[in-house]
Design a protein around this ligand. Structure first.
Ligand code: SAH
Length: 402
């Protein structure tokens, strides 16, 4: 890096703690697109937002940490050559032991931090602690609060001593990670014990989703791990993984797996994102978004379906999904604005009341058209007062009842 002593570096880049900035997930999304372009989609196995800026509400050093998993055959020279060196600094020799193959940093300038600072941790695929730690804090806001308090205290103590600060935080991080891994293992055991459908799910991924172009690794991972049959009436469970919609009672249906995966992908979900769903139905779509780390709010018109969905969530230990029984046309004004809205019943025209509850830059996926006719699935993107409207696919959904 720049030719300076450790002491000068500590003064130039002191420990900074900022209040949570809701722009961080968006900086991550932008940078993810940039990295995909530079390195090439075929080399990337998974990209994840890790570290404190990934946890909504947490005080954090304002650097966006990104875990970039590359295929086993990717060479380090190739990675270095892919990154413009006026933009990224490549650090290979670390003083602290690390799992990174290479660490790229961006936004460190000779006069201090730029507005947007990134750490890109490049690794081969693995079961990384950082993901366990992040998921645990996302699911347990009270643990995230304790972490905030601890960081604030340590900052006072170690303002210009980064290593001291990092070591002192380590104990908390290790304890939480241990607990998270333990929990993940127990959940895996539970699913293995109760899951006779794993092979069918693998087949669904291989035969229905990948060939039709579902490419997001995180969406495929969610579809592979969330047990869809739990959301389907017992007498129809043998159809749970078939390539079509399945009745769920009260005259309603759960969408075809491909449509669930496709609509999810269009939302571009990242952990911490706030998403409103209209039409809870069985709860399967909400469960997929929850699995991806999103904060889900879902509204269902019919009590019997809403009640059943709540039972399904608790059977899987998916707590934190907010449910409401009511008419989806009103949305959820108390919780608005949302980063994304997904409508899984078809209105005859775009519900403006819902567009109003979308954040600037937010995305909404909605099937629009008449009952019992083919409808068009639309992706609306809000850009200030302008709405960009893209037609995606022809689909058939149950009507969104007025
Ligand atoms: N997303 C669901 C499938 C939804 S089927 C899943 O994953 O299983 C569409 C659902 O929308 C039905 O349950 C239906 O009762 C509900 N619905 C229809 N009109 C609605 C409205 N105006 N407000 C809220 N929910 C509505």
């Amino acid at each position: 890096m720049f030719d300076i002593t450790d002491e000068e570096r500590a003064n130039l880049f002191p420990i900074i703690l900022s209040e949570y900035n809701p722009a961080w997930p968006h900086w991550y999304t932008e940078e993810k697109e940039r990295l995909t372009m530079l390195i090439g989609m075929e080399k990337i196995v998974r990209i994840e937002h890790i570290g404190s800026t990934a946890i909504s509400g947490l005080m954090a050093k304002p650097t966006v940490d990104i875990l970039l998993e590359v295929a086993e055959n990717t060479r380090v020279d190739y990675l270095i050559a892919s990154m413009p060196d006026n933009e990224y600094i490549c650090l290979r020799q670390q003083t602290i032991p690390t799992n990174d193959l290479v660490l790229f940093i961006k936004g460190y300038t000779p006069s201090g931090f730029a507005k947007k600072v990134f750490h890109i941790h490049v690794r081969y695929p693995g079961d990384w602690d950082e993901i366990h730690f992040r998921n645990y804090l996302l699911a347990h806001p009270e643990a995230a609060d304790i972490y905030s308090i601890l960081k604030r205290k340590l900052k006072e103590q170690y303002e210009h001593n980064r290593d001291g600060y990092t070591n002192a935080k380590g104990e908390f991080i290790q304890a939480v990670t241990r607990r998270a891994k333990n929990l993940a293992e127990r959940m895996d055991d539970f699913f293995r014990m109760t899951d006779d459908f794993k092979d069918e799910r693998d087949k669904m991924i291989e035969e229905q989703l990948i060939p039709r172009g579902i490419a997001s690794a995180s969406v495929l991972d969610a579809m592979q791990n969330v047990p869809r049959h739990i959301f389907i009436p017992e007498n129809l469970q043998n159809c749970a993984y078939s390539d079509g919609p399945v009745p769920i009672g009260s005259g309603q249906t759960i969408s075809q797996p491909y449509i669930v995966a496709y609509m999810t992908e269009q939302l571009d979900p990242v952990p911490g994102m706030r998403i409103l769903e209209i039409g809870t139905g069985s709860g399967y779509q909400s469960a997929i978004l929850h699995y991806l780390g999103c904060k889900v709010f879902t509204i269902e018109l019919l009590d019997e379906l809403s009640d059943k969905a709540i039972k399904n969530f608790s059977a899987l230990g998916f707590d934190g999904i907010r449910t409401k029984c009511g008419n989806g046309y009103s949305g959820w004004p108390e919780e608005a604005p949302f980063d994304a809205i997904i409508v899984t019943a078809a209105p005859e025209s775009i519900p403006i009341s819902l567009v109003d509850q979308l954040k600037d830059g937010g995305r909404m996926v909605v099937p629009v058209g008449k009952t019992h006719e083919v409808q068009s699935l639309r992706l609306l993107t809000k850009n200030g007062s302008q709405i960009i409207d893209n037609e995606l696919l022809l689909v058939r959904f149950v009507p969104m009842v007025k």
